[in-house]
Write a protein that binds this ligand. Sequence first.
Ligand SMILES: *[C@@H]1O[C@H](CO)[C@@H](O)[C@H](O)[C@H]1NC(C)=O
Ligand SMILES: *[C@@H]1O[C@H](CO)[C@@H](O)[C@H](O)[C@H]1NC(C)=O
Length: 383
Amino acid sequence: MPSEELFTDEDDSVNEILVLGQALVTGILEGKPTTAIQDMIDAGAPVWFQDDDGWSPLHAAVSLENESLVSSLLQEGAVWNLTDNLGNTAADIALSLNNEPCYRLIRDAGIRSELILQLLSSRGSGSVGLDAGSLILKATDTSALGSTAAFLTSKLRYVEDENGQEICLLQSEGEEVGVMMGWEREIMHVTVQKLCVGHENADIGMKILNVGFGLGIIDSMFQNLPVAPSLHVIIEAHPDVLQHMREQGWYEKKGVKILEGKWQDFIDKEDLTDAGGFDAIYTDTFSEEYRELRDFFAHVPDLLASPESRFSFFNGLGATNALFYDVYTQLSELDLSDVGIDVEWEDVDVAEAQGVDRWGKTREYFAMRLYRMPIGKMKVNVD
Ligand SMILES: *[C@@H]1O[C@H](CO)[C@@H](O)[C@H](O)[C@H]1NC(C)=O
Ligand SMILES: *[C@@H]1O[C@H](CO)[C@@H](O)[C@H](O)[C@H]1NC(C)=O
């Protein structure tokens, strides 16, 4: 079949590769034997190929629920996160077929490839490295919703919705979208419980650090603990949010200390280190990427007061898709473990609170039914 003319110039060889790719997808769907599939790959059929429907060899293998083929395609370099024209990854198809083994194979490949990218970028020359771990959710999003710099210069507006709930809207590319929404209240409630209830300093007032004020939901809950915090540091960078905090009297609250800027501006400064460690730390920084969250993780052990102290963060990255959410959740557990923090996860059902049209026009930044809430503590040394 391959004729010499096909290789005479670049266009022809690209064409040839696409033909091989199509044959590979078709061959898999037709159930060609393993040896035939392997021969095609060895002959140069690209495992990253996507047909007119956006299906890759991996999509095809998963649709047949062929675990061993999924595994060997991944070993051959099949891309874990390609989406078809309907927006489904191969792992989404595995989920819809209720095929857990296939799903896990792809998810683990995703975790491995993200970890490798992190490693490459941390070994890189610093400023210009690979853009590791920031890719899935934000790669194509340069609007105020996807970049910290754009977010900090955007206009925010606090309004009440028709149910009297406060929401915060952001002007993005000509439309207003909800960026901080009241449905997060339940998540925040459970988080505060886990961070504070039963803590050894709960009776005398805990020392609390929160990064990112938002609607102030979690900060109000900290203030309303049976014993208010003895120290409550809030780091917030957005001028409109700071203005809102001023209007709401946050600057006058006892024990509250507001640091105006990004957490990176304060992380090694006395404003934070003077506290002598916090009993509870929370972070929810809208529009930051995973890479920045991971940088924050590295500082958490130094910021925690004792082995009793607890840490949590808004686990919302990748939450537009079950696979990506899972990969980020696993990745954060591994990265936290690396810096000496053990995480326990608890599922919070948010489907009902999110309602249908309740919050008006909002971007679906959290599409999962279950929120996976992390609670981290310093690892106990057993030596
Ligand atoms: C999986 O696919 C390979 C290659 O197409 C085939 O040889 C094998 O029989 C399939 N296995 C199952 C369980 O269908
Ligand atoms: C898929 O993930 C890899 C890293 O695991 C990344 O380099 C790539 O940009 C991602 N592709 C998409 C479409 O998100």
